[in-house]
Design a protein around this ligand. Structure first.
Ligand SMILES: [Zn+2]
Length: 255
């Protein structure tokens, strides 16, 4: 194992953590927006209920006028009845009176329905307003949670960025460049574990002698997967070299 590998494994771990944190932090404004969208639905309901209610009030006003108008007309015909000369004219007048009274009754029925509808639409306005108020409370809590979470993740990100320096600084310059180049092409990943003869990055087989070398204590070469190009490392116990003198920083852990 190349001596820089353990540090690079840590570097990759921190880099993955950093990009996950950045993605999460970037998602918060959208989540706040989504929360606000829920609110605009409740606001639209209130507006619609109010519009219905206003219309029902207008209908009611109009029906009140209809009732008054027909009542006026019936009264006018009744007042005329004293002055009628012929029997026929009297009959016609009686017919007009009956007709006007029927219209009064009809308009009064409609007026009653309109009053009930008005009460119903008023109830709906109040219910929609109550729902909006409730939604505003829920959204306010949600928004605070998102902001708190965002603050926390930003702190974690700052800590991870600081931690990254610890692992990045000691890596030799040429490996820094290699790491950056590969990571850029592979969505932030530059290293892949070699396990059971396979590259865990792409699943392809690793040539046996390379696989052997990866686990060899004395090996200081960097190997890359021939298929995906990721830098290979092994977490299996290192195979010590015969009379070995070099005790490297082998921080390998069994997986
Ligand atoms: Zn591979």
């Amino acid at each position: 194992m190349h001596p820089a590998i353990p540090t690079m494994i840590e570097l990759q771990r921190v880099d993955h953590q950093i990009s996950a944190l950045r993605a999460e932090i970037d998602s918060y404004p959208k989540r706040v927006l989504e929360a606000d969208t829920k609110l605009s639905g409740a606001r639209a309901e209130v507006a619609a209920a109010k519009e219905t209610h206003t219309k029902s009030l207008t209908d009611r006003k109009k029906l009140e006028m209809d009732v008054a108008q027909w009542k006026d007309r019936a009264k006018k015909y009744r007042d005329q009845s004293g002055a009628v000369k012929t029997n026929e004219a009297y009959k016609a007048l009686l017919h007009e009176i009956a007709n006007a009274e029927a219209e009064v009754a009809k308009a009064e029925d409609l007026q009653l329905s309109a009053m009930m509808a008005g009460e119903e639409s008023e109830r709906k306005v109040k219910a929609a307003e109550a729902r909006l108020k409730e939604a505003e409370k829920v959204i306010a809590v949600e928004r605070n949670q998102i902001h708190a979470l965002s603050d926390q993740k930003k702190k974690e990100l700052a800590a991870a960025v600081t931690e990254r320096e610890k692992y990045f600084t000691p890596v030799p310059e040429d490996l820094k460049e290699l790491y950056a180049r590969i990571a850029k092409r592979h969505n932030g990943t530059a290293l892949a574990e070699a396990r059971a003869g396979q590259c865990r990055g792409c699943g392809m087989r690793i040539l046996p002698h390379i696989y052997e070398d990866l686990r060899h204590e004395r090996n200081e070469d960097i190997y890359r997967c021939e298929t995906c190009g990721l830098i290979l490392y092994s977490l299996e116990p290192l195979v010590p070299s015969e009379p070995s003198t070099s005790t490297q920083n082998s921080t390998s852990t069994p997986s």
